[in-house]
Ligand binder design. Structure first.
Ligand SMILES: [Zn+2]
Length: 140
């Protein structure tokens, strides 16, 4: 996925999980971390996209239970949203082992499908923010 798609998906994911607006922003900012840490010479979508170290970091920082730790945890959680979104791309991510990529292969980075998924996810997040629901026809 493209960087802007990752930011939007992470923000939407944080909204779905009930994060505060500040934490939603932190998740959006953290959403490009897995690609950005690759500048130190890591292979693309290698260990930088292995979700478990990120998950351990989020969990261990979140358990500190301070306002700053919550914000930092959401920032790092942005990386998990990034990895989760990349799982559905043709490139895939190393889900279980850091050197063994699994790919669901549904979306091509920068393709039409990516834009559609991001747009629908953002619309759903906005509906949640504004407490909108799709009106159910009929029923009692
Ligand atoms: Zn990536």
């Amino acid at each position: 996925m493209l960087g802007k798609s990752h930011r939007l998906m992470a923000a939407a994911g944080a909204v779905f999980l009930g994060a505060s607006p500040l934490c939603v922003a932190a998740a959006a900012l953290g959403a490009t971390l897995p690609d950005r840490i690759e500048v130190v010479g890591l292979p693309h979508r290698g260990i930088s996209h292995w979700p478990w170290p990120w998950a351990v970091a989020v969990w261990s920082i979140q358990t500190q239970q301070t306002p700053w730790s919550t914000l930092v945890a959401w920032w790092l959680a942005g990386a998990l949203f990034h990895i989760g979104a990349d799982l559905f791309t043709i490139g895939g991510i190393p889900l279980i082992l850091p050197n063994w990529r699994i790919r669901f292969g549904l979306l091509r980075t920068g393709g039409v499908g990516e834009y559609v998924v991001v747009a629908l996810t953002v619309i759903a997040a906005l509906m949640q923010v504004f407490h909108l629901q799709i009106v159910r026809a009929g029923g009692s």
